[in-house]
Design a protein around this ligand. Structure first.
Ligand code: ADP
Ligand code: 5GP
Length: 213
């Protein structure tokens, strides 16, 4: 009998500009079993952002309706806008054995932790606060006011690193990506994630395929 292990839920947080989005993009390009949950937000799209790809860009009333309908796994107000993880799909993808990334803020991550203690919680740190500021400026996506709001919040956000399972400093991008890949690879080898019958099926010669597909 062929069995499928449940996918790993990977929650990635960190201050704005730390490089979460850049790291996730690399992971998606390199690993076809990793999926990114597309969040909903009430913030305006940045230049080049596409509805349904980067975010579902919703009007506030539509976002609130979805909250009422219990359509979010979690939601939070972040830097003055609402963000939420649509519930449909995440469970389905995990059940299908797909690894799912939630790139969400700390409030959202803590809510997810209440229901998915088996999730892997990774905090991305910048190499320094000055570098963090330079990265947000370089991205060119924020007004002066939004930049300062995000930068000031970073000092508070960094205090929450202890709530996460792993901390990765994003200094050199390739190194940071490879550390996240190693974390995911190690988590997938944890005995408590592997279905007992998968191990017991080894006599049918399927064990390698089942553990590593
Ligand atoms: P976040 O998603 O955490 O807000 P981004 O992924 O948008 O951050 O990255 C912020 C900016 O920093 C982007 O312009 C990105 O190209 C740049 N960046 C990301 N990682 C690195 C890195 N390791 N070294 C230099 N610049 C980086
Ligand atoms: P940005 O506006 O830079 O795309 O995202 C701002 C912040 O919102 C980031 O910290 C990002 O991780 C967070 N965020 C994005 N999507 C969600 C979500 O669905 N839920 C929560 N709680 N935070 C989110």
């Amino acid at each position: 009998m062929r069995t499928c292990n449940r996918g790993v839920l990977i929650v990635i947080s960190g201050p704005s500009g730390a490089g979460k989005g850049t790291i996730c993009k690399e992971l998606l390009e390199k690993h076809e079993n990793i999926y990114l949950s597309v969040s909903a937000t009430t913030r305006e799209p940045r230049s080049g952002e596409v509805h349904g790809v980067n975010y579902y860009f919703l009007k506030k009333e539509d976002f609130l309706r979805k909250v009422k309908e219990n359509g979010f796994l979690e939601y939070a107000e972040v830097y003055g806008n609402c963000y939420g993880t649509p519930k449909a799909n995440v469970e389905k993808m995990l059940d299908e054995g797909k690894d799912v990334i939630l790139e969400i803020d700390i409030q959202g991550a803590l809510k997810v932790k209440e229901n998915f203690s088996e999730g892997v919680f990774i905090f991305i740190l910048p190499p320094s606060m000055e570098e963090l500021k330079q990265r947000i400026i370089k991205r060119g996506s924020e007004t002066e006011e939004s930049l300062m709001r995000r930068f000031k919040s970073a000092y508070k956000e960094i205090n929450y690193v202890s709530k996460y399972n792993y901390a990765v400093v994003n200094d050199t991008l390739d190194v940071a990506v490879s550390k996240v890949e190693s974390i995911i690879a190690a988590e997938k080898c944890r005995v408590d994630r592997i279905k007992e019958n998968t191990i017991l099926d080894s006599k049918e010669g399927l064990i390698h395929e089942q553990l590593y597909d």
